[in-house]
Design a protein around this ligand. Structure first.
Ligand code: ADP
Ligand code: MG
Length: 255
């Protein structure tokens, strides 16, 4: 069963009022099975963020369709779209996107509170998740009172607490040191295995990508090749480096 299906996604930016049109995605297809952890890599400007924004219903394609389960999500609008996104999706961003006025606990449980879930159920889910994410001791602190790694693990908790059908992450380790990045990926890897959380993640970092079960390499808005992880993460890491070298560009946005 496929959780996510994207069919012939094309995205053209601009082209009106005399601006040059940019074809950011060109007939891009994607099938993701339940429980997969899919990585998307490619040079800067290859269309990675555009893909994630369309899959996450934050942007709409110029043409093409996206299905989450049986449901077509391209074309959902307004309140229906907002409710659908809140119920079925979770997001992790590079810059955490936590609310500073709330504690980590309040940030994490917000999606369940908005859905009106029973308090006991929320507390139980929070406890299990925060243990897995190693943030149980800092739940009562505000985002400005914890490390970047703890912030991002809290953001992961918020993305996963309502057991969404799909978790989308755009450069989740982009603002983390290598040790915090490793801790986040260990936790996401564990949650992917234990809960069968389906995840799609954009990253330019080969170590971060090596935690995925499959990686799609894109260039100029098209799929170039894909890699599947075997048992050995070290070997997968080397394959990622080799593929990046072959495609050219490490995906870093020039400063
Ligand atoms: P990546 O995340 O792989 O770096 P993006 O998806 O951000 O790539 O961008 C893909 C292409 O689309 C690039 O050429 C980029 O300049 C262009 N692009 C992205 N967003 C916009 C926009 N809002 N308006 C015009 N062009 C855009
Ligand atoms: Mg990007």
């Amino acid at each position: 069963m496929h959780v996510l299906k994207a069919v012939e996604l094309t995205k053209i930016y601009g082209g009106t009022h005399g601006s040059a049109a940019v074809r950011a995605l060109d007939s891009f297809n994607l099938l993701v099975k339940a429980g997969e952890f899919v990585g998307i890599m490619g040079p800067s400007g290859s269309g990675k963020t555009t893909i994630l924004q369309i899959l996450g219903t934050i942007d709409v394609p110029t043409s093409g369709r996206v299905f989450l389960g049986e449901r077509e999500i391209t074309g959902l609008k307004g309140k229906e779209l907002a409710v659908f996104r809140r119920k079925h999706m979770g997001f992790i961003f590079q810059d955490f996107n936590l609310l500073d006025a709330l504690t980590l606990k309040e940030n994490i449980i917000l999606p369940l509170v908005l859905e009106g879930h029973p308090v006991a159920e929320i507390e139980a889910r929070l406890e299990a998740l925060s243990r897995r994410l190693d943030i149980a001791k800092v739940l009562s602190r505000h985002p400005y009172e914890v490390s970047g790694g703890e912030k991002q693990r809290a953001a992961a908790g918020r993305a996963l607490i309502h057991r969404p059908d799909l978790v989308l992450a755009d450069e989740p380790t982009g603002n983390l040191d290598s040790r915090s990045a490793r801790a986040l990926m260990d936790a996401l890897d564990g949650l992917n295995r234990e809960e069968g959380a389906t995840m799609v993640m954009v990253t330019h970092d080969p170590v971060t990508a090596s935690f995925c079960s499959r990686i799609l390499f894109i260039k100029d808005g098209r799929l170039v090749t894909e890699l599947r992880r075997g048992k050995d993460r070290a070997r997968f890491f080397q394959q990622i480096l080799d593929t990046q070298a072959a495609i050219g560009g490490d995906g870093h946005d020039p400063a």
